[in-house]
Ligand binder design. Sequence first.
Ligand code: PEP
Ligand code: MN
Length: 333
Amino acid sequence: MIAVLKRDTTPEQKEHLIQWLKRMNLDVHVSHGEQVTILGLVGDTSRVDMELLTSLEIVDTVKRVSEPFKQANRKFHPEDTVVEIGDVKIGGGHFAMIAGPCSVESEEQIIEVAQAVKASGATILRGGAFKPRTSPYAFQGLKGEGLRLLLEAKKATGLPIVTEIMNIKTLDMFEDVDIIQVGARNMQNFDLLQELGKTHKPVLLKRGLANTLQELLMSAEYIMSEGNENIILCERGIRTFETYTRNTLDVSAIPVLHELSHLPVVADPSHATGKSKLVAPMAAAAVAAGADGIMIEVHNNPSCALCDGAQSLTPAQFDQVSRKILAVREALL
Ligand code: PEP
Ligand code: MN
């Protein structure tokens, strides 16, 4: 349920109302917009007398929020959320260019790629240290050493880093990581989501291989319900009957998520297509659809990559794609 307050409400009147609502065992989330202040009520709102609430002098309107996601809902928070990582911002008109290898493989590799993607306009460096592989015999990532090398690359370039967590037991190792990624395979690992909710670290939450947008937003809600509002949603392609591409990029997810939620939305055309030649057109499509950022896999030698070489761009190819992305953004302004 949301209660929109009248513009001339004083801070005392607002506080008085919040305390009254809290005494009904409700959590009250306050959204101060430029135009209006909205109180978002979470809990058993069936006990709230809507007519009584609407009749209060300071209350403009009261509405039930029928969707099961509340804090992630745009009705709770009409303005775009901007996630801040130092000077880098994502959402609300701020665009993030995230690039880097699928996996961190060596110091030389990650530093070389980090420097190259930075020179081509990347604002955030990606790189997997803990890799969720389909086969237990495939390269599983450099783990702790991979995190250390990512931090070296951050030091060398100044780029903030995003990397995937697979198990909450490793959370302590992510202290200096700027954005923690929850991969597609863990989108509904609710214990993991709740623990990440207790931190204040930005979380990049990827859509599961076969999950609906509502399920993605419910996973965001798991994180938010524990107090962490720094979430970036990521459309990375879903399973369909098509086999030519690794997944199918659901471009419509971008405007739909923007309509339903205030959280920033980025797109990952690399995992969506599995083919390097399709990264440029799909990145352009995602930007045209309003994505707040693009995440692209880049490797200094894709044919020798330990993971996802077929979808990885060379630094020179990334440079071209990056220009294209910025040109599309420019054209849309
Ligand atoms: C990744 O980004 O490294 C990754 C494993 O992606 P996804 O979880 O989308 O498959
Ligand atoms: Mn990958």
